[in-house]
Design a binder for this molecule. Sequence first.
Ligand code: UT7
Length: 310
Amino acid sequence: MKGIKIIATASAAPANSYDNEKLCTMVDSDPEWIETRTGIRNRHICTNENAVSLAVEAGEKLFAKADIDKSRISAVIAATSTPEFVFPSVACMAAKELGLRREILAFDLSAACSGFMYALETARCYIAQNGGMALVIGTEKLSGIIDYTDRSTCILFGDGAGAALIESSDKLYHHVSGCEADIRALSLKGPGDGDRFVHMDGHRVFRFAVSILKEVVDKLLSDTGLTISEVNYVICHQANARIIDAVKKKYPGQEHKFYMNLEEYGNTSAASIPLLLSEMFEKGLLRDGMKVICAGFGAGLTWGGTLMEI
Ligand code: UT7
C-alpha cells in the first residue's frame, strides 16, 4: 500500500480569543472549573474570518514555506462541519483563492472531529491512483454553531484551520476508521427548521473517546506489528485533556508521546490534528523518518487513525 510524504503543513487561527475569564462573563461557569475539567485555558474565535478564509490563510502560509509547483496539485479536500456555504464548498473556494489550477478534484468532507483523518486517507488513495499532490485541510468556525449560553458545550470549542500538502511515497502508512450512528451523543441539525447549535451528552462522548482512542492505537500497532515504544508521537484529537490523560495512562512509560495544544485552542474539531502537526513541525518535534500515530474521534460517531512514517 502506498504511503504519503508530508511536504509541508501550516495553520491559521483568528487573532481574537476568549480566555476562560472572558468566557465566564458570558456563561454561568468558572475559569478554574474549565481548566481543571478540560485543560482548556483559551480558544480563538472568529470576528471577520470564516472556514474559507482560515483555510486560505493556512494554505498561503503553507505555500510560503514550500516552494512547489502548484500545478502539481490534483486534489483539495476540506474537512469541515462549518462551511461558509453548503455549496460552493470550502475546498472549491479555497482552491481558487490559492491560485490552484481548475482541473482538480475539490470537495468538502463531513466526519466531524474525525474529518481530517478521513480526508487524509481519501486524499492518499486519490493520489496513489492519480498522482500529483493533495492539499488536505481541516477548517472550522465552530463559534457559529455554539450556543454561548450552554456551558456544557461553549467552554470546549474554538475556531482554526490546519493544512497539509502531501504526495505519494513508499513510507509506512496504515489507516483504520469506523462509524456508529449516535445522534444522542453529539449532533448538529442541517439546513431547515429548528435550532442550529451543537448538542452534546458530554459523559457519553467522554466514555466513547477514551475507549475508541485506545482501540485505534492498539489496532494500528497490532496491524503494523509495531510496539508503542517504536512510535515517536501519538497525536490525538484535542477535545479534553482528561480524555488524553486517561488514554495515556494505559501506556505506562510512554505518556510523554501524547502531545497536546488544547490549552491554547480548545477543541477545533477537524482542524485540531493538522493544527497539532503544523505546530509540532514548526517546533522541530517532528522530523523525517519518525513514526507517528494520529487519532481522531467525534460526532457520527466516527473515528479514524493513521500510523505513518513522516
Ligand atoms: O470532539 C468531541 C467533542 N466532545 C467531547 O469530547 C466532550 C467530552 N466530554 C467532556 O469533555 C466533559 O464531559 C465535559 C467537559 C463536557 C463536562 O465535564 P464533566 O467532568 O463530565 O462534568 P459533568 O457534566 O459531570 O458535571 C459535573 C458538575 C455538575 O455539577 P453538579 O451536578 O455536580 O453540582 C455540572 O452542573 O459540574 C457542573 N458543570 C459545570 N460547572 C461549571 C458542568 N459544566 C460546567 C461548566 N462550568 N462549564
